[in-house]
Design a protein. Structure first.
Length: 228
């Protein structure tokens, strides 16, 4: 049986205080209004909404390490704004994003070495200009080898996820701690757009710190545990 749950939080002194804690199960938190860093930039020859991008706090993102993501394929014709290298380049926005060229597309991020991780985040356009190209259902898998041995740690279809990203929301998935070097995200929809992927280590920093969240609350979707 699947249920929706709402956890409220308050930002106090740079930390997000949760009203309760969920453990031993995958959880999807839908977080609004990320805090950006510095000024907004613009890719030349593109309209402001299409070519805009802006930095965020990359301090705890293990995927931000100079190793470009490997992807199943990228939409043709827009290499200056839609590129696999933009999945972990330190910027939010459509101007530095990736768009897939097929359904069931995938992204593989190399963390450089093994880390104990428990959360992954992504968004569509966290500058808020675009609200299309939703991911559909997605899975997160981990491995020590780039192209084999993957174990699924989260499946959104089991977590009451709608398959849509609303506006500038961030999708944060937390799961049981696992050692991994490679993190793979697989998206059901054709032509999904992702502006940035974050991977975070254990112990997990507060959501406010790792995502630059400026919000007084967020929604959580989770799978209800079976009663003994």
């Amino acid at each position: 049986m699947k249920t929706k749950n709402l956890l409220s939080g308050l930002v106090t002194g740079g930390a997000l205080l949760l009203s309760s804690v969920t453990s031993n199960a995958a959880v999807i938190s839908i977080i609004s209004d990320p805090v950006l860093v510095g000024s907004q930039f613009q890719k030349p020859t593109y309209p402001i909404n299409q070519g805009a991008y802006q930095a965020y706090n990359t301090g705890t993102n293990l995927a931000y390490n100079g190793i470009s993501a490997v992807v199943s394929g990228t939409i043709a014709g827009y290499p200056l704004i839609h590129n696999a290298a933009y999945l972990n380049d330190g910027y939010y926005g459509n101007g530095t994003s990736w768009i897939s060229n097929s359904s069931n597309s995938w992204v593989i991020l190399d963390l450089g070495s093994s880390h104990l991780i428990n959360s992954v985040s992504f968004g569509r356009d966290r500058l808020g200009y675009f609200d299309d190209r939703d991911p559909g259902q997605f899975t997160i898998s981990v491995s020590m080898s780039q192209y084999s041995g993957y174990t699924t740690v989260a499946d959104s279809s089991l977590l009451s996820f709608s398959g849509n990203i609303s506006g500038n929301d961030t999708i944060l998935t937390t799961f049981d701690s696992v050692n991994a070097r490679y993190v793979k995200l697989t998206f059901a929809n054709n032509g999904v757009a992702i502006d940035e992927v974050g991977v975070y280590a254990v112990p997990e920093p507060s959501a406010a710190l790792l995502l630059g969240v400026g919000t007084i609350g967020f929604r959580v979707l989770r799978r209800k545990k079976k009663e003994a």
